[in-house]
Design a protein around this ligand. Structure first.
Ligand code: R5P
Length: 290
């Protein structure tokens, strides 16, 4: 029998039923391309709307910093608890099992170390990002520095390349030694990243006015952890950031330099995804560390 014969006639056209709409869950990305939305939905949990990104890209700038001397021992056990990992291609290929199947926010700009001032940052090759199946391209943007124009140009080029292949761009706001992390600066830097094409922005929490930083950024914001704090304090500011509109954390030292990193990342998850208070999350940390 020919394939065209005796097929059941199409009849169920749903006439009169409006076409279903699926509003996208992350702000400012309603009109993004399907590939961008797909990758963002892997980085951010569509149920909570938030993400716990584990950052361990510090070596590209700092070398073997505390907690990252042997990433195979310290980082690999944490990966299963992260929604997304933020790392260099070197660390990725060396210590991240491909079977982890985690979205990768790939450190996509490099060029400066702690031994020099910020200098002539360059970009990686988009083909390598595709090769490792990156879910985001993380670009450092140094607003207010001598290299402001170069880093903004890097962001623009990255956003263009990412858009070509459906890969989101993460604008990472750097703070120079002479700049203060206050509301005005963080709002300006985050906004500049979004206006120039960042799909989401990584910045710092500030004690006052963080809500304004989030409100003025038209795309999701995740916060960096910064230097190691006591666990209860880190959970407190992560909670404050989430309460004030952050869509997650991109945390490194406050997790991998914790005395109990596996317990700490789970406590961070409780704050970010389960709306636990800092006290509840700290109790969870103390229970898990046993
Ligand atoms: C710094 O080199 C990286 O961009 C880190 O990913 C970022 O600072 C987040 O890590 P931490 O929570 O340790 O600040």
């Amino acid at each position: 029998m020919a394939e065209k014969d005796n097929n059941k006639d199409a009849a169920d056209f749903g006439i009169g039923i409006p076409v279903k709409k699926n509003p996208f869950f992350l702000k400012g990305l309603e009109h993004a391309d399907w590939g961008i939305k797909d990758r963002m939905s892997r980085i951010f949990n569509p149920q909570s709307g938030n993400t716990v990104m584990l950052a361990f890209d510090h070596g590209y700038l700092m070398g073997p910093t505390s907690g990252l001397e042997r990433m195979d021992l310290t980082i690999t056990p944490l990966i299963e608890y992260a929604d997304c990992i933020m790392c260099t291609r070197g660390a990725l290929r060396a210590i991240v099992p491909p079977t982890s199947n985690k979205p990768i926010s790939l450190r996509f700009s490099a060029g400066t170390t702690v031994l020099t001032e910020l200098n002539d940052e360059c970009l990686l090759d988009i083909e390598d990002a595709i090769r490792v199946n990156a879910s985001a391209l993380a670009i450092m943007v140094a607003i207010g520095s001598k290299y402001e124009a170069l880093t903004v140009k890097n962001l623009i080029r990255t956003a263009d390349m990412g858009a070509k292949y459906g890969i989101p761009t993460l604008g990472v706001t750097a703070v120079g030694k002479e700049l203060v992390r206050d509301t005005r600066f963080l709002a300006l830097a985050s906004r500049v990243c979004a206006e120039n094409g960042a799909t989401f922005v990584k910045t710092y929490f500030c004690e006052t006015g963080f809500e304004q930083v989030v409100a003025a950024c038209p795309v999701p914001i995740v916060i960096a952890g910064g230097k190691k704090l006591p666990e209860n304090e880190a959970l407190e500011f992560a909670w404050l950031a989430i309460q004030q509109g952050a869509a997650g954390v991109d945390m490194g030292r406050n997790v991998f330099q914790s005395e109990h990193p596996v317990a700490m990342i789970q406590a961070v998850r409780a704050v970010v995804h389960d709306q636990r208070t800092p006290k509840e999350a700290f109790d969870l940390y103390n229970t898990l560390k046993k």
